[in-house]
Design a protein around this ligand. Structure first.
Ligand code: KMH
Ligand code: ZN
Length: 273
């Protein structure tokens, strides 16, 4: 089996301080969480930009500061969000791609997202893919349900996405596919040949899905964006705490953890350091 890539999704767009006091907002806080997570064993950091009061923003300058601050201290791969927050326009979400980060997310379909709708029209998905190709940004295809895998495969056939694809199987968002082992196996069975995948289990599904990924040869995403608890009723005190647990589990299960440069090779990320 290839080494395990651990992604830390350190803040997201929706988790606020009234949910957990440990969620990072400012570029300095996000960078500190990223570096701590990288030191704990994460090789990819998925980041969202926030305003000082925590409101989600896709302001390119905020992303620029986050990336620069992380770069001062770590070789970890920085993956920016093009999902942003529900309600943002596609153009607003896409602007960060022009910063030419090493990686960015690309959601390949629309999904109900709790009481909201995370809207991704076919024409917008195509534009995201083309812009990422133009700026040599490696997409991580975010899929919240099975049909989104089909859409990504179609984009690859049309030449808008370069294969092999790298997927993030997001499981357990209310409105998306639920986080059950049978669903994970089904999702993996649908991936185009040669794809790599990571799984992001939402809430209490984070730990079992990460464990399944270790065993199945996939990769694992943890962090406060997807889950704020370490155990039932016990908040995780940092992203690094969640990363460290996966590193320990991988060790117990005999799977080595990838460094950032190994992760670059495994998922085809260009090295722009
Ligand atoms: N905040 C969600 C609506 C991504 O980062 O690309 C979308 C999201 C996905 O978080
Ligand atoms: Zn995100």
């Amino acid at each position: 089996m290839e080494k395990l890539i651990i992604t830390a999704a350190v803040n997201g767009a929706e988790v606020m301080r009234n949910h957990t006091p440990y969620v990072p907002y400012t570029p300095e806080e996000v960078a500190n969480a990223a570096v701590e997570s990288a030191d704990a064993g994460a090789s990819i950091i998925h980041v969202h930009a926030r305003c000082a009061d925590g409101t989600a923003t896709q302001d390119k300058e905020v992303y620029r500061e986050i990336i620069e601050r992380i770069r001062e201290k770590s070789r970890v791969i920085v993956q920016v969000s093009t999902g942003g927050a529900v309600g943002m326009s596609a153009a607003e979400r896409a602007d960060v791609i022009t910063l030419e980060p090493e990686m960015a997310t690309l959601t390949s379909g629309t999904v109900n997202f709790g009481d909201s709708v995370f809207y991704n029209a076919p024409a917008d998905i195509e534009q995201f893919a083309k812009l990422m190709a133009k700026h040599k940004v490696r997409p991580e295809v975010e899929v919240f349900d099975t049909g989104m895998i089909t859409t990504a495969a179609r984009l690859m056939q049309k030449g808008w996405l370069a294969g092999p694809l790298h997927f993030d199987l997001v499981m357990g968002v209310p409105g998306g596919i639920s986080a059950e082992m049978t669903n994970l196996l089904h999702m993996v069975s649908l991936l185009p040949a040669g794809s790599t995948w990571t799984v992001a289990g939402i809430g209490r599904a984070q730990l079992p899905m990460a464990t399944a990924a270790i065993l199945l040869g996939g990769h694992a995403r943890v962090g406060l964006e997807d889950n704020i608890y370490y155990a039932k009723g016990q908040l995780a005190k940092s992203n690094a705490e969640l990363v460290s647990r996966v590193v320990r589990l991988a060790g117990e299960l005999g799977r080595e953890v990838a460094t950032p440069d190994e992760a670059r090779r495994l998922v085809g990320v260009r090295n722009n350091l």
